[in-house]
Design a protein around this ligand. Structure first.
Ligand code: NAP
Length: 302
């Protein structure tokens, strides 16, 4: 029986594990993929207070080692269901069933897909959602990045170091991402911005050979020859499995305030998976602390 079971070992989940374990609670984080969540795909973090510059992978590894070094367990199994009966949570995973007195949902969010034909079939064959992971495969080649947020800007900047040409395709002419990064990207000689445009077709048979884009203002279509398309159009939560215990908003985020509470006593939530204004590394880590301390308080009163 765990005092605190955490679903997700990203920055929110592992921060919660550190706080839970340090408070003397038997804590486990369940993770279906790898530790670190989305931050492992970030080449450089430069806005985490107290750390001038660190790669996402190094940050996540530090967090993982800190949590496990304190004695928290990280169990690499996919959580399929969480139920609650007589104040005991039952966590069903791909590997078994576990019990806990409290649960923190820190499930993060997943990359949004464009939803166009053959997107899934060409994933790994020219389509990627992670420039840091796959960028090196496109050395000397022309690629495109789709999106206008910080991820797209950072991905494009990263790819300019490897690729012969980087097309940045964005559906508007204004960017959501920070001005500073955008200004630096604009200075790169091998970048071309394709604005007010959406990707309408993926070209190529077995592998991606190009993208067809449509200018939303003029209706004009253009084929761009690229071997890689990096899709960076935001994230979506995946909390359907928990909708019996926690209320979800229309987009699927767990409804919760800054206290990280859900409608079920003993069930808390932390990080990008919950309703919030600012989804940043620092707010995910902060949520982890808030949720874990709330869980400790709940367990102490049982
Ligand atoms: P985001 O900020 O939500 O931006 C998504 C972008 O994709 C937007 O430009 C959006 O266009 C576009 N988009 C959404 N759906 C689309 C569709 N179906 N087709 C075409 N384009 C579409 O996502 P993100 O860049 O992944 O960032 C997520 C969060 O992480 C943000 O809060 C961001 O600030 C943060 N982040 C921070 C850092 C950092 O601080 N270093 C780095 C990476 C990410 P519109 O603008 O027209 O809506």
């Amino acid at each position: 029986m765990y005092d605190i079971a955490i679903v997700g070992a990203g920055p929110a989940g592992l921060s919660a594990a550190i706080y839970g374990q340090r408070a003397g609670k038997k804590t486990a984080a369940f993770e279906g993929y790898t530790y670190g969540g989305q931050i492992v795909n970030t080449p450089e973090i430069e806005n985490y207070p107290g750390i001038k510059n660190i790669s996402g992978f190094d940050y996540a590894t530090g967090l993982y080692e800190q949590a496990t070094g304190l004695g928290a367990e990280v169990i690499f199994e996919q959580v399929l269901e969480v139920t609650n009966e007589n104040k005991i949570f039952k966590i069903t995973t791909s590997g078994g069933t576990y019990e806990a007195k409290s649960v923190i949902l820190a499930t993060g969010a997943k990359n949004r897909h464009l939803g166009i034909e053959r997107e899934d079939a060409l994933t790994g064959r020219g389509i990627s959602y992670c420039a840091t992971c796959d960028g090196a495969f496109y050395k000397g080649k022309a690629v495109a990045v789709n999106g206008g947020g910080n991820t797209a800007i950072e991905d494009a900047m990263f790819l300019t170091n490897y690729c012969s040409r980087v097309y940045v395709i964005h559906r508007r002419d204004e960017f959501r991402g920070e001005k500073e990064g955008l200004a630096a990207l604009k200075k790169k000689e091998n970048v071309e911005f394709v604005l007010n445009s959406t990707v309408t077709e993926l070209l190529g048979e077995d592998r991606l050979s190009g993208v067809r884009v449509k200018n939303k203002l003029t209706g004009e279509e253009r084929d761009i020859a690229v071997e890689g398309l990096f899709i960076a159009i935001g994230q979506e939560p995946d909390n359907k499995a928990f909708s019996e215990l926690a209320e979800l908003d229309k987009a699927g985020y767990i409804i919760s305030g800054e206290d990280c509470m859900t409608r079920t006593p003993g069930l808390f939530t932390a990080g990008d998976c919950r309703t919030k204004q600012v989804r940043q590394l620092v707010t995910a880590a902060s949520d982890g602390a808030v949720a874990a301390l709330a869980a400790c308080g709940y367990v102490d009163k049982l």
